[in-house]
Design a protein around this ligand. Structure first.
Ligand code: NAX
Length: 327
């Protein structure tokens, strides 16, 4: 039997945590043969609620759940962590400007980056879910100079999964028939859900839907899905976000299927003309615990405009956090 691995989760008493922890502990993320130790971080006032979640985790009697650690100190929660899912963040409040939001999150992701740098496994795989996810990932990464920049990623997988589901609904085909769509850029309203390379049942997706629907409706429906969930549910996406986090980490750790790609927010190496260093959604394949950008895809003028617009937004966010001295 395998040795347990350490999985740190922040914001563990929150909505997403409430779905995510049970999926990790049941083996959905790292495999049904991989024991895990959960290392849960919360702010001090939420530790009592977190204890309740821990009681429920224990009550599930998950065979793979080897141990649970809770703390309000990142130096404890990240100690020797092999995986870190950074979910806890400061939500945008009414009247908050982008600079305020980035500043407030800097107060979380800078010390967490420093703690990962100090105590996590040297191979830790970090996924930032807490918004603004891409730039929070950049802040954590820039404060962890002893770790490889590529160890820091941001979640665009929920957008990716939403894009699959919307296309499946439109074409009347099962989600499993859809391959190789891409979410480029920021996890925000500027993201570009790109169908130009996507296939449905092996045939080009754009031959099966109308171009107008794609340009005028599909892209904004995917980008605004989060708001539609809040409108319907009165709360933001939680179980679907947790499921996407599981998908992101599973594919990174265990690999993507041959001939298929997924979307991950990763540090740009300059591919596709995206400014180096931005944490940007790219098409990637994963193997042996490493991801690689899918190269050589054709980029139309339409795509170029969308890809540059979302890169521009991320550049502005980076400039903002530079001004605040966070990176
Ligand atoms: P909740 O407010 O339910 O939970 C967040 C939890 O984080 C709270 O329990 C809070 O006490 C904790 N927390 C706050 N600061 C912390 C810190 N410094 N250290 C440890 N824990 C801390 O939010 P939830 O619905 O779970 O969403 C969490 C984050 O995910 C939000 O930032 C949200 O915007 C973001 N999302 C990102 C998505 C993505 O696709 N990247 C989609 C879903 C979600 O909206």
């Amino acid at each position: 039997t395998k040795q347990p691995v350490r999985v740190a989760v922040t914001g563990a008493a929150g909505q997403i945590g409430y779905s995510l922890l049970f999926r990790i502990a049941s083996g959905d993320m790292l495999g049904k043969d991989q024991p895990v130790i959960l290392q849960l971080l919360e702010i001090t006032p939420a530790l009592k609620a977190l204890q309740g979640v821990v009681m429920e985790l224990r009550d599930c009697a998950f065979p793979l759940l080897a141990d649970i650690v809770t703390s309000d100190d990142p130096m404890v929660a990240f100690k020797d962590a092999d995986y870190a899912l950074l979910v806890g963040a400061m939500p945008r409040k009414a009247g908050m400007e982008r600079g305020d939001l980035l500043g407030a999150n800097g107060g979380i992701f800078k010390p967490q980056g420093e703690a990962l740098n100090a105590v996590a496994s040297r191979d830790v795989k970090v996924l930032v879910v807490g918004n603004p996810a891409n730039t929070n990932a950049l802040i954590a990464q820039q404060n962890a100079p002893d770790l490889d920049a590529k160890q820091f990623t941001a979640m665009v997988r929920l957008d990716h999964n939403r894009a699959i589901s919307q296309l499946a609904e439109k074409t009347g085909k099962p989600v499993s028939s859809i391959k190789n769509l891409t979410i480029w850029g920021n996890h925000s309203s500027t993201q570009y859900p790109d169908l130009s390379q996507a296939t449905v049942d092996g045939q080009p997706a754009l031959d099966q839907v109308d171009r107008d629907w794609y340009e005028q409706q599909y892209i904004s429906t995917v980008a605004k899905r989060g708001a539609a969930i809040i409108e319907a549910r009165g709360l933001s996406s939680a179980a679907s976000a947790a499921s996407a986090a599981i998908d992101h980490m599973r594919d990174w750790a265990l690999g993507t299927p041959e001939g298929e790609w997924v979307s991950m927010g990763i540090p740009s190496d300059g591919s596709y003309g995206i400014p180096e260093g931005l944490i940007y959604g790219f098409p990637v394949t994963c193997k042996n615990g490493k991801y690689e950008i899918v190269q050589g895809l054709p980029v139309s003028d339409f795509s170029r405009g969308k890809m540059d617009a979302t890169a521009q937004e991320l550049t502005e966010e980076r400039d903002e956090v530079r001004k605040l001295g966070l990176v």
